[in-house]
Design a binder for this molecule. Structure first.
Ligand SMILES: [Ca+2]
Ligand SMILES: [Ca+2]
Length: 495
């Protein structure tokens, strides 16, 4: 398999020139590296430095990318909040832990109950740790008895809602909404989350290195932003993402099982309700607003005088469809759902570099162990990105793997995506000529060898969903596929 990777690496030009240089590395045993981690909820590749949408406006994330390394082929390990974040923070794949749904939290699961999580690894090394907003999924985890100042996102940033829902989506939940709201940014959850992180950066306890994490909640629904962010994305010139009408004709029907019924509406509904443009515009507006709060936190780091001794890492927990393949939201194994921003900047990190190797959010934990010298929690399933942070052209030997419920996996190599579903059906896409994954080559004998080589990377451990799994969980009982506890009846498919 190494052969495929190095051969492809040799023929594909890693677009950017070699890094102009590295930021100075002032860290030493007596001056340990600080870490500022910025996590974003449901942000796909619609950021300037990834060019996922030509009209994305994210000047602050782009500026961070310019002073560090941006991974242009980074992927989540699960296209859903809880399993993705559990994987990042424990260093284990969903297929190893059995955490696939929004429940249970990692402290209720045998495989992760006693696991030293990433923030705890910093704490064990004597770091002052602080979190605002959403780093772990939900408040199900008893942080306060484990960390000096960790808080849940609900405590830090309650979401404001209008009196009446703007968009009457098929699912009547209030969070599935988008539009101009609130009037000013002051009452936004992300403002409060940024404020808390900024306050901490302004008052770092003396004599201790710090690990500060800010977890922003936009562009997760509801996609609310004030008028000025919508004005940045005028209605008249708005571009919709490219969508091929019959795109799903060559996709195995089983793919629908992964998002059988969801509150996120189908494209068919958006079209019929004349809401597609509005949702795309709202998503772009919330991304721009969230980016401005990222900018405030980065500015506060600079003002603290500690930027030169602080590693910044920014990531999103998974992507989001906005109509591609007929759906909105997450939960799929395609590029829109798995590709995420991943940016590092700081001491020892190459400046203005772009790495096109496939990498995983799972690599975060081993990378930080490597760079910061943290205690290991035991087996880690990712691989340190330290070589790519020094030289973005350094080769990698592993693809990125995303899992959506037991038995469904995507393998993303440098140029290919291979998907295998739990019923054995497959997809294969060649990104060199098909960045939108429109043409499924899985049945093409000319690519049989590529398909077989990629399939060798499917996770060996592929455990069932843990007891207590709920919300967006797909299981099989007595030969019948079950979505969220209800049998799937293929004839009742709603496209
Ligand atoms: Ca999320
Ligand atoms: Ca297709």
């Amino acid at each position: 398999m190494l052969g495929l990777f190095s051969a492809l690496a040799a023929v594909v030009v890693c677009a950017p020139p070699p890094a102009a240089g590295s930021a100075p590395d002032p860290s030493s045993p007596d001056r340990p590296l600080n870490v500022l981690m910025i996590a974003i909820d449901d942000l796909n590749d619609w950021v300037g430095c990834l060019n996922g949408h030509p009209q994305a406006k994210t000047p602050n994330i782009d500026a961070l990318a310019r002073r560090g390394v941006v991974f242009t082929n980074a992927h989540c390990q699960a296209p859903l909040c809880n399993p993705s974040r559990t994987s990042v923070l424990t260093g284990l794949r969903p297929s190893t832990t059995g955490v696939y749904g929004l429940l249970p939290g990692l402290r209720s699961v045998a495989a992760t109950r006693d696991r030293r999580t990433l923030p705890q690894a910093f704490e064990a090394r004597g770091y002052s740790t602080f979190c605002s907003g959403k780093i772990f999924h939900d408040g199900a985890i008893p942080w306060k008895d484990r960390h000096d100042e960790f808080q849940t996102w609900e405590e830090r940033g309650p979401t404001p809602y209008p009196a009446v829902k703007f968009v009457d989506t098929p699912a009547k939940i209030k969070a599935m909404d988008w539009g101009v709201f609130p009037e000013t940014d002051d009452s936004q959850a992300d403002r409060k989350i940024a404020d808390a992180a900024i306050a901490r950066l302004q008052a770092i306890p003396a004599g201790k290195p710090f690990f500060v994490a800010a977890g922003f909640r936009l562009p997760h629904v509801p996609c609310f932003a004030s008028q000025k962010w919508f004005d940045l994305h005028p209605e008249e010139s708005l571009q919709l993402p490219p969508v091929k009408e019959d795109d799903r004709d060559d996709v195995p029907p089983f793919a629908w099982h992964l998002h059988w019924k969801l509150p996120e509406p189908r494209l068919s509904w958006l079209n019929q309700a004349h809401q597609w443009r509005n949702l795309v515009r709202s998503y772009l507006a919330t991304v721009s607003y969230m980016d401005s709060e990222v900018g405030r936190v980065l500015e506060a780091l600079k003002a603290s005088g500690k930027q030169d001794e602080t590693l910044v890492v920014l990531w999103s927990d998974h992507g989001w469809h906005l109509g591609e393949k007929g759906v909105t939201g997450k939960n799929t194994l395609w590029e829109e759902s798995t590709r995420v921003p991943l940016v590092f900047a700081g001491p020892g990190v190459a400046v203005g570099a772009r790495c096109a190797e496939p990498v995983e959010l799972l690599d975060l934990y081993p990378t930080l162990i490597d760079l910061v010298d943290l205690p290991s929690p035991g087996i880690l399933e990712g691989h340190s990105l330290a070589p790519q942070l020094k030289d973005a052209n350094a080769p990698r030997s592993w693809p990125a793997i995303t899992t959506s419920n037991q038995g469904n996996h995507a393998v993303r190599a440098r140029d290919w995506r291979y998907i295998r579903y739990a019923d054995g059906s497959e997809e294969l896409y060649d990104h060199r000529g098909d960045p939108d994954e429109w043409t499924n080559l899985a049945a093409d004998p000319a690519h049989a060898e590529t398909r077989r080589e990629l399939a060798r990377w499917l996770p060996v451990a592929d455990v069932p969903a843990v007891p207590g799994s709920a919300h967006r969980v797909l299981t099989r009982e007595n030969g019948v596929w079950i979505w969220e506890g209800e049998p799937i009846i293929p004839e009742q498919l709603e496209r």
